[in-house]
Ligand binder design. Structure first.
Ligand SMILES: [Zn+2]
Length: 266
């Protein structure tokens, strides 16, 4: 999970938000116990879903500011099992007054949204990537997302609840992290071997050394491209690449190698 900066709401929502909210709250007032759950399904569809359906710009704008990713698990939802949905951070069924509030809407995959269900986040707070800095709350232990160290009791509870309620260590997410971690092993090993060759032959630089340097540079660029913000699971990618000692050593040595080649050219 990463911190997100919310953009302005689309005009369609800004213009209609009060009107739609009043319509909904008026309908709720007419139910026997004045609660959302007593609305008929057709009322719920007409008073809530139809507006989000009629104005896809709302969902599209949400996903634009998250880089097309789920705000919680960082997958890039597509069609099929992992769909793009709008999450109401405070659930509609308990806080219908927040239904059309821009600040209450988050881009979410279907899995996170349905795991969260009707959790009352006012009573049981979870990390909100638009209001909190998730980096302060979470860390990875190999593949598992865990609450960070040094949190207060209250913060720990919030982080832990977020992980459990959203199921942020689901089989799918663990497999995705595992696949990424495994995929980086081969290029890191090649980078290590290439760097060893370059270092061991730094005294007699020839065409072979230069061609190995090109290989080294391509491997390093390939790894750097894997931490492109447009890719899913960026937080995990950054962790395993940026914390890799071979990668960090290669970044430092690249400058030295380039200086050596430049010196030869001059
Ligand atoms: Zn998700």
């Amino acid at each position: 999970m990463r911190q997100l900066t919310r953009c302005d709401p689309p005009p369609e929502l800004r213009t209609n938000s009060s009107l739609w909210t009043n319509e909904l709250l008026n309908a709720i007032r007419l139910t026997p116990d004045r609660i959302y759950l007593q609305l008929s399904q057709s009322q719920k569809n007409r008073l809530v879903r139809s507006y989000f359906k009629k104005f896809p710009i709302i969902k599209n704008t949400l996903f634009r500011f998250s880089g097309e990713k789920c705000a919680y698990c960082e997958t890039i939802p597509t069609t099929g099992r992992i769909q793009r949905t709008i999450d109401h951070f405070e659930p509609v069924s308990i806080h219908p007054d927040s239904t059309f509030q821009w600040e209450n809407l988050l881009p979410s995959c279907h899995d996170c949204n349905s795991n969260k269900r009707t959790l009352d986040t006012r009573v049981s707070p979870i990390v909100n990537p638009c209001n909190d800095n998730p980096e302060e709350y979470f860390t990875f232990n190999i593949l598992l997302l865990e609450p960070s160290n040094n949190l207060t009791h209250e913060e720990f509870t919030k982080a832990n609840r977020t992980i459990i309620e959203l199921n942020l260590n689901s089989e799918y997410l663990l497999k995705s992290r595992g696949t990424l971690a495994a995929a980086f092993q081969a290029p890191i090993a090649k980078l290590r071997r290439t760097m060893n060759y370059l270092d061991n032959n730094i005294g007699h630089i020839d065409q072979n050394w230069e061609s190995r340097f090109v290989k080294f540079r391509n491997l390093l660029d390939g790894l750097s491209e894997e931490i492109n913000p447009a890719l899913p699971f960026l937080t995990y990618r950054e962790l395993i690449i940026n914390n890799n000692t071979v990668y960090q050593e290669a970044l430092r040595k690249r400058v030295d190698y380039e200086n050596i080649i430049r010196g030869l050219v001059i």
